[in-house]
Design a protein around this ligand. Structure first.
Ligand code: FES
Length: 89
């Protein structure tokens, strides 16, 4: 798991057994940086209060967060990770 900037967005990139995913790096509950949490399988766990999100679609798997994380489009080209951030996300 790594954090990076894509334009103005703080993004966390998660490499799991099923692929590479990019999500907003700021928890929707109280603004913790998700990249400082843990990645357990497909589950991204917030370091502050323990909310967890599915890395594939950003949905909340466990509270206290109730709003999903925005997910961005990722592709791997010749070993490089390319991320397309949706402005509306
Ligand atoms: S800041 Fe992430 S669960 Fe509270």
């Amino acid at each position: 798991m790594r954090s990076c900037r894509v334009g103005e967005r703080d993004v966390v990139v998660c490499h799991t057994r099923s692929g590479v995913y990019a999500l907003d790096n700021i928890c929707t509950h109280a603004l913790a940086r998700m990249s400082e949490g843990r990645l357990k399988g497909e589950r991204l766990i917030c370091p502050m209060h323990g909310a967890s999100f599915d890395v594939s679609d950003g949905r909340v798997l466990a509270g206290p967060a109730t709003t999903p994380l925005s997910v961005h489009t990722v592709r791997v080209v010749d070993g490089a990770i390319e991320i397309a951030v949706l402005e509306s996300a």
